[in-house]
Design a protein around this ligand. Structure first.
Ligand code: AMP
Ligand code: ZN
Length: 114
């Protein structure tokens, strides 16, 4: 899938609406449209990389920033104390649906491992 068609690139470009909870130079955070927990947001690099196999294309600073932003958004959304899960579905068997790297940040309930 090209960046032109990528749904998350289209959100970054403002072509598709999303419930944005944090926006900065290289990282965007928005609500997952099909929430699976009381708090469920997606943290994405604005630069298109499909998955972890392409992560070398991201500057180290952006990679680190994804996790810093995940942590600060978790704090903002009130799940730091209770805890939260960060999940990356990478590839078909993990159920990856959108091939633009993203961290799921989920909290507000007990989360197990599927
Ligand atoms: P996955 O690729 O398996 O990590 O899952 C992609 C996630 O993106 C799913 O949890 C979807 O609910 C979510 N999603 C898909 N389209 C949108 C959208 N337009 N806005 C917000 N979240 C979306
Ligand atoms: Zn993309």
């Amino acid at each position: 899938m090209s960046e032109a068609d990528c749904i998350f690139c289209r959100i970054v470009r403002g072509e598709i609406d999303a419930e944005v909870v944090h926006d900065e130079d290289d990282v965007l955070v928005f609500e997952d449209i099909n929430s699976k927990a009381p708090v469920h947001v997606l943290v994405i690099p604005k630069e298109h990389v499909a998955n972890l196999e392409e992560i070398g294309a991201l500057p180290d600073t952006v990679l680190k920033r994804l996790f810093e932003v995940a942590s600060s958004v978790a704090e903002k959304l009130g799940v730091t104390e209770g805890g939260y899960a960060i999940r990356i579905n990478n590839g078909r068997d993990a159920g990856q649906e959108v091939f633009h790297l993203h961290l799921h940040v989920m909290g507000g309930k007990r989360l197990g491992m599927p």
